[in-house]
Design a protein around this ligand. Structure first.
Ligand code: MV4
Length: 497
């Protein structure tokens, strides 16, 4: 058993890990920067150590300081959370060389999945469907044009060392190829110190579906079903749910088998996520693997009853996974809303300040994972995520009603938040019906913003009307808008093909 875990992170995920440690009677040691003296993780941990200036490079991204501190305070293990050092093979090696257990995968697994071309090659060998395209880098644009023609335009050029949306370029015809190829290579070299690029067929209007997996150091692999993560803007997810209302049992079986094969292919242990794109015919393609705990893990916890952080800690100690695949079933529906300090009406500009009021919702089926409390300061230095609001209900409609109810209960002053924007998205017919893909927010931004005069939720009573309409009519949700907007049919005109 570990006696002490150092949490090499901040914000809500550090708090999440501290809570798991407390329930396991493991001493939690937080690190905090100058900007986080009033943050919740600093206050809640059993021990908190000042690590340096607000700038991440001086604190949360200072490998030497963190490992030195872990040794000094007698930490048995380090949990990286997400972001920062969570997918850094060098960090894992140095932690392990210091005789400390890394709560995460092996450095080798992280490296194998870090190169997108190598990962695609590996997936192909292990029967995981990949997007049509190359599994090795393109040498020159003459070769590239030839391959693109075979695949068929449009295609995407992607950096081998990229991921998460950085280093991609869409090409629609051969004459664009040469200049796009050079530009993508230049950017890749600058961003990732590696100029290798490869080709994928461009998948139009897909959904982003990912599978939570967990594996131990004894070769046992489990999946924890899928998450729907298509509601995003500029690669920042806004709302996630589990399960996906688009995935039927047959597709789920194929998807989860593929995800487990992907994990086996890199001898994975720890919690991990396999990302897929899914087209409207429910064909799915491997995108990348996230070799870490993810922001949206709570929706999978809610529908499965698992504690993924405790499971990670147990696996790191060398234990076997605590459950068999058949022990877990999808129970109900869960939705996560990311509460950001940002101004939706002002190009989603981050908003900073002191939380002069912070009152979170509660009640049945409500979980709030927050990194701050009243009087905490939201600074410019880090991600603008204030908290995650996670709802559970027996079915999706009830979870939607609950999300709107809980968002109504949220009261935050001192910074601008996206709470109003979240309400609009959740109450919109495409969201309610499940008829959305990764392009939804971008395409419907005007109508989702307050400045749109047509719609919705400008009054508190609108939310109440939506909730009651949902409860009366659990499936035919497009009627909700007619109900509250009289004969306003704009949504149907704009959004239904
Ligand atoms: C794609 C794609 C369409 N076709 N690949 C963006 C992030 C990176 N992980 C991969 N991404 C995409 N790859 C092919 N062949 C569209 C995206 C994409 C996307 C994917 C998942 C979630 C949100 C996205 C937003 C824009 C583009």
């Amino acid at each position: 058993m570990f006696n002490k875990i150092l949490i090499a992170n901040r914000g809500e995920i550090a708090v999440r890990i501290i809570r798991a440690c407390k329930e396991l009677s493991i001493t939690s040691a937080a690190i905090y920067s100058e900007a986080d003296t009033t943050a919740l993780h600093t206050l809640l941990a059993d021990e908190a150590y000042f690590i340096g200036a607000a700038q991440s490079s001086e604190s949360y991204l200072n490998k030497e300081k963190i490992i030195k501190l872990a040794k000094e305070i007698g930490a048995d293990a380090i949990h990286p959370g997400y972001g920062f050092f969570s997918e850094n093979a060098d960090f894992i090696n140095e932690v392990e060389q210091a005789g400390i257990t890394y709560i995460g995968p092996s450095a080798k697994s992280v490296m194998m999945m870090g190169s997108k071309t190598a990962a695609r090659q590996l997936m192909k060998q292990h029967n995981v469907p990949i997007v049509p395209g190359t599994t090795s880098p393109i040498n020159n644009s003459i070769e590239g044009v030839k391959i693109a023609k075979e695949i068929g335009y449009p295609i995407l050029l992607k950096a081998s060392a990229g991921g998460g949306g950085k280093g991609m370029r869409k090409i629609s015809e051969a004459k664009e190829f040469a200049s796009a190829f050079e530009a993508t290579k230049r950017e890749a070299l600058k961003s990732f110190a590696n100029d290798e690029v490869y080709i994928e067929k461009y998948i139009e209007n897909p959904k982003h579906i990912e599978v939570q997996i967990i594996a131990d150091k004894h070769g046992n692999y489990r999946h924890v079903f899928e998450r729907e993560c298509s509601i995003q803007r500029r690669h920042q997810k806004i709302i996630e749910e589990a399960p996906s209302s688009f995935v039927d049992e047959e597709t789920r079986l194929k998807l989860t088998v593929a995800a487990i094969n992907a994990a086996k292919a890199c001898n994975y242990y720890n919690a991990g996520t396999i990302e897929f794109l899914m087209d409207k015919n429910k064909e799915f393609y491997f995108l990348e693997m996230n070799t870490r705990l993810q922001v949206e893990h709570p929706v999978s916890e809610y529908i499965s009853g698992l504690d993924l952080v405790k499971e990670q800690i147990s696996i790191a100690m060398g234990n076997k996974i605590s459950f068999e695949q058949n022990d877990i079933k999808i129970n109900g529906h869960s939705i996560e809303c990311r509460i950001y300090a940002e101004d939706a009406e002002n190009n989603f500009m981050p908003s900073t300040g002191i939380l002069t009021e912070y009152s979170a919702p509660s009640g049945p089926g409500v979980r709030v994972d927050a990194g701050f409390k009243r009087d905490s300061e939201i600074s410019i230095y880090y991600d603008p995520l204030i908290a995650k609001l996670i709802l559970w209900a027996p079915d999706r409609s009830t979870a939607i009603s609950r999300a709107l109810r809980a968002l109504d209960e949220y009261h935050i002053s001192g910074v601008i938040t996206n709470i109003h924007f979240l309400k609009k998205v959740i109450a919109s017919p495409p969201f309610v019906s499940g008829n959305f893909d990764i392009t939804y927010i971008d395409k419907q931004l005007d109508i989702l913003l307050k400045k749109s005069t047509d719609l919705i939720l400008n009054e508190e009573e609108d939310a109440a009307a939506i909730v009651s309409a949902l409860l009366k009519n659990q499936t035919k949700s497009s009627s909700v808008y007619k109900l509250i907007n009289g004969n306003n049919n704009r949504w149907e005109e704009q959004l239904y093909e």
